[in-house]
Design a protein around this ligand. Structure first.
Ligand code: SAH
Length: 268
């Protein structure tokens, strides 16, 4: 089946001129983009992409498509959010098909809501193409189910970074008491503070936690630790990491399918 047959079978919408599609690229492995995301890549005139996406995806655009980097990269100043939104609006007004490609899911800690808001205000038509978020799919690549009936009937997604780079003002005691599993994005810097707040609110210092860095990428690394050690483990971790706290972390012992697959597939 070729791309056109797939688009037809799945009744995928046509990418109309003058539209902006905000597309989630998934957590790392390029195979985790959705069929609708692929379909968008094949039709876009311009792709504005983030640092977190796998650049292999950019090879799937049509010839002559404009590829614009719009993200943070070590040592470089990040693009301002207002500049990115203005560029999306400008290109759409020029009747281009504009694809905004973001890591994970565009509406999960990814400012997709802000970009969509700017488009709505400017009267630009847009579509949201959800993606697999790092806090779910990235954990799956570490063999950690985000929920499991034996360990946690609830999960909370938290950012460790507010708009000013500070630890968000959250009710940590409420979270400690109410959410058996906590999944932290952008929390490396404040991991120690978060752990201390949770322990002060009654969570066990020996509760399992994991730092999953570069999830679903070839250089994925997973460190299983405890809440008490979490701050130090996070400080030693590569930059792009998801932290998960909860009994579900223990399931990795049995469910780490990726390490097993690598061992089975490697020669000898
Ligand atoms: N919209 C994205 C999140 C953007 S915020 C999503 O839905 O996944 C950026 C943070 O996401 C990073 O600081 C890190 O905490 C997390 N993240 C994104 N990709 C990741 C990956 N491949 N491995 C580990 N963490 C990742």
């Amino acid at each position: 089946m070729d791309r056109t047959d797939i688009a037809h079978a799945l009744k995928l919408p046509v990418f109309e001129k003058g539209w902006v599609w905000l597309v989630g690229g998934g957590p790392g492995d390029p195979g985790l983009i959705t069929a609708l995301g692929l379909h968008a890549l094949a039709q876009a005139d311009f792709v504005l992409y983030d640092a977190l996406i796998d650049e292999t995806l950019l090879t799937l655009t049509k010839p002559g498509a404009g590829l614009i980097f719009a993200g943070k990269r070590a040592g470089m100043r990040s693009c301002k959010q207002s500049d990115i939104s203005a560029m999306l609006v400008d290109l759409a007004k020029q009747q281009k098909r504009v694809l905004r490609l973001k890591g994970g899911d565009p509406f999960v800690f990814g400012r997709g809501g802000e970009e969509a808001g700017a488009l709505a205000k400017a009267g630009i038509p847009f579509r949201i193409v959800p993606g697999i978020t790092a806090g779910i799919g990235g954990l799956a690549y570490a063999g950690i189910p985000v929920t499991h009936r034996d360990t946690n009937s609830a999960v909370t997604f938290i950012t460790g970074h507010d708009a000013d780079g500070k630890l968000p003002q959250l009710n940590w005691a409420g979270l400690a008491a109410g959410s058996p599993t906590l999944v932290l994005y952008m929390a490396r810097k404040h991991a120690g503070e978060i752990a201390a707040a949770l322990i002060a609110a009654g969570r066990r210092p020996d509760e399992p936690a994991a730092i999953v860095a570069n999830a679903a990428r070839p250089q994925q690394s997973v460190v299983v630790t405890t809440l008490a050690q979490m701050g130090d483990a996070a400080a030693a971790s590569p930059a792009v990491a998801i932290i998960v706290i909860g009994e579900n972390v223990k399931l990795r012992g049995e469910l780490d399918w990726l390490t097993r697959a690598a061992a089975e597939l490697s020669p000898g």
